[in-house]
Design a protein around this ligand. Sequence first.
Ligand code: AHR
Length: 502
Amino acid sequence: TNARITLVRDFTLGEVPRRLFGSFVEHMGRCVYTGIFEPGHPEADEKGFRQDVLKLVKELGPTVVRYPGGNFVSGYNWEDGVGPVDKRPRRLDGAWHTVESNAFGLHEFVDWSRLAGTEIMEAVNLGTRGVDAARELVEYSNHPGGTYLSDLRKQNGSAEPFDIKLWCLGNELDGPWQIGHKTAHEYGRLAQEAGKAMRFVDPDIELVAVGSSHSSMPTFGEWEHTVLTHAYDEVDYVSLHAYYQEDDGDVKSFLATAVDMDYFIESVVSTVDAVRAAGKHSKHVNLSFDEWNVWYQRGLDTDDQPHNVSKGWREHPRLIEDAYNVTDAIVVGTLLNSLLRHGDRVKIANQAQLVNVIAPIRSEENGPAWRQSIFWPFARMAELARGQILRASVDSDKYESAKFGDVDVVDVSATWDEDNGRVALFVANRGLDESADVDVSLSGFVGGRVSRAEVLGVPNGKDRFATNTLESGEQVGLSPLAGVTVTGSRLRFTLPALCWAV
Ligand code: AHR
């Protein structure tokens, strides 16, 4: 396989939106409890935050973390999670058929976020609740003091406001599975009014309207159009969610998943801009891809599936703890490439989720924490994708996939960080059997050398299904990519079959 890539120093798409490297903590399964929070664990600090997990979170490098859901938020009372812990109510959570102890709530998440160095993206409940609860949560969080709610926050231990700038106006309300599911008209009006009232409390906040739960929703397109026709002036972003998996061994289509992400993003951009034109709005609404990942959605009767009610009401059960393999990591790398290639309009993205629940980081109760295969493309891109996004011109050999037709074998994104004088190139070889010779022309860059080159591929003696489990240890990871050369303004290297490299 051959691929020629051209990068031109001044041919850029704009600044890398650092919020593209976001993650997501939901009160679901073991993401919070026995994930980031486990009082009594040997590695937990006095607040119950697991330091072993926190160390891996810092290494992963998410910039912003969405909280507290997800489907969970559509039945959640934020007031249950503040105040003295022993007075907090135990509640049924209908979304995941679990019991919520509320031992972890808003103050705990704010404290944890400060330790993790991550921005907060807070979702309000627009499923069972509405305008009032939403604006009260903003007042509780952001108003300095001298009112009932802001003083209550002080009484509950935080003299300083939380200063949360980024807010989601609900979650997946287009989905019939959502508690408080709504029509686009119902939701559009509610988002408009809730957003308005929240901004009356704090004019500096940014608001994300709920978009489609995936691109094959029957209401996709129409939903965004109707919602924004109501709420265009009030919101700054519209959300997108997408989960992908390998279906029936069709690995070629699975490896080409980013084609669907490209299509989804470009369709939403068109819809948003059509509303802008029709409404004669001057501002742009951008995109927040606030849930994305690989997720193997098995039969609903499978033990760890969220809607399996046969187990009764449990506390933080094991839910959707997918073990990710080499192929999944490569797909995650290409999804990140797709997000970065659309960084002129996609300004926020959150991989779902952070720990245990379809997550790059795993932890066991009273046990260790470790990195899954998908940890690596995220960690490296979060670290290195800085400065300007370069528009890569790619001329790659193609392969045929059942779902997406002809697809580039080599997938690419690139950034140029003038401050550090560094070009970062993120590439995947989707070829199952063939290595790929890649020839990159770096126009306008002089005197370059290779400072680092790493590759994630099939480990020696294993196959593409290799995973990192408690039993196996971390067998899938990065290793040095040998033979990378720079001559003048040409960079050349060979990618082994089926790999992701930086
Ligand atoms: O991330 C898991 C779930 O997937 C979220 O709660 C929901 O928003 C989506 O359907």
